[in-house]
Design a protein around this ligand. Structure first.
Ligand code: GLV
Ligand code: MG
Length: 352
């Protein structure tokens, strides 16, 4: 076992020192694109300012014979684009694939200073993170990268879910975890054929009334509630960030919004956007509503040092609601600092 004292020492001589706190940068939407697709690559300069995170995808959805083109495309795009304060992430191929090693070797040595986070798919346990952690340190040292590249795991195997707490705490590089509902469904042998969202067959039915033949209401249940809640707890316990992953039915913007909102309310800070139409959905859902922010500030002001109890509009407030309000207000401040439109909406709501 490594001593706790060594946890924050670089894993290679000359590698940058690990971070002690995960920097909280807005990441309401992690926008996926295929860096080997020239049409998509050409849109990067226009999309970059509209999103919090732009992610060059090298894994699933990129055909096997396009893997190298995608990797090379990402290097070109990273070198030729000014990202401003938009983060650049990548999703490498899974660690059991023939491409993962070259993904890491190429990306860290060629564009390591431009990459904020590397998303690692199909993480099953702490050993996967340890492998990436040491390799990244060696490559950072070799390439002279000045700040540590952070690691984000996708929770998309049954084993990964069983080990989610140890994954979340496996390295100071751990930035966050995303739910990967499509692969997770396959790994669990769920009987769905979709990417995220609910299923009409997963429901509860109202009890029968006096007339046993009368229609009985049904309520669709959330297939992902358990996993998201577990992921949120693991992330919060280790000071890292949880995310909903992909929602595959691009045309069903309403269900996408609902699914993202459930994740937001449960503690997630963002979701993936697979199509430009999902950027606005994520932005709306993962930014606290102006009325909620105004309320949170009212409670914070009324609570003074945050102890005791006060009544506001008939609702009891105490130390615990004060802390909830701080979560909302602090998130709003961080997002508003990057998003002038949001800052205006928050200021207007406070005046009401
Ligand atoms: C994402 O990668 C998923 O499998 O849902
Ligand atoms: Mg997947």
């Amino acid at each position: 076992m490594r001593s706790a004292k060594d946890f924050f020492r670089p894993l290679a001589v000359g590698a940058p020192a690990p971070v002690r706190e995960v920097p909280f940068r807005p990441s309401r939407m992690i926008h996926f694109f295929d860096p080997g697709n020239e049409k998509m690559a050409a849109k990067v300069p226009t999309i970059a300012p509209q999103v919090d995170v732009l992610l060059g995808n090298l894994e699933d959805a990129i055909q096997a014979d396009r893997k190298e083109a995608a990797r090379a495309g990402l290097v070109d795009i990273a070198r030729s684009t000014e990202f401003g304060d938009t983060q650049l992430w990548t999703r490498i191929n899974s660690l059991d694939s023939p491409w993962a090693l070259d993904d890491l070797l190429t990306l860290v040595t060629e564009i390591g200073d431009k990459l904020d986070v590397i998303m690692v798919p199909k993480v099953e346990g702490a050993e996967d993170i340890h492998y990436v952690d040491r390799l990244l340190a060696q490559l950072e040292a070799k390439a002279g990268v000045r700040r540590p590249i952070l690691v984000h795991a996708i929770l998309e195997t049954a084993t990964g879910v069983a080990n989610v707490e140890e994954i979340a705490g496996a390295s100071p590089r751990m930035q966050g975890i995303s739910l990967g509902p499509a692969d997770l469904a396959a790994s669990r042998r769920m009987k769905t054929t979709r990417v995220g969202g609910g299923h009409p067959g997963y429901l509860v039915r109202e009890d029968p009334g006096a007339d046993a033949d009368a229609p009985r209401a049904t309520y669709q249940q959330d297939l992902w509630h358990y996993t998201i809640a577990r992921m949120v707890d693991a992330c919060a316990a280790h000071g890292i960030l949880p995310y909903y992953g992909p929602f595959g039915d691009i045309r069903d913007t309403l269900a996408c919004e609902d699914q993202f909102r459930n994740a937001f309310l449960l503690g997630c800070v963002g979701a993936w956007s697979l199509h430009p139409v999902q950027i606005a959905i994520a932005k709306k859902v993962f930014s606290p509503a102006p009325a909620d922010v105004a309320w949170a500030r009212k409670v914070i002001d009324a609570m003074g040092d945050g102890t005791g109890a006060v009544m506001i509009d008939g609702k009891m407030q105490d130390d615990a609601t004060y802390k909830q309000c701080l979560v909302v207000a602090e998130l709003a401040d961080t997002l508003a600092a990057r998003d002038p439109e949001l800052a205006e909406a928050y200021a207007a709501a406070e005046k009401e």
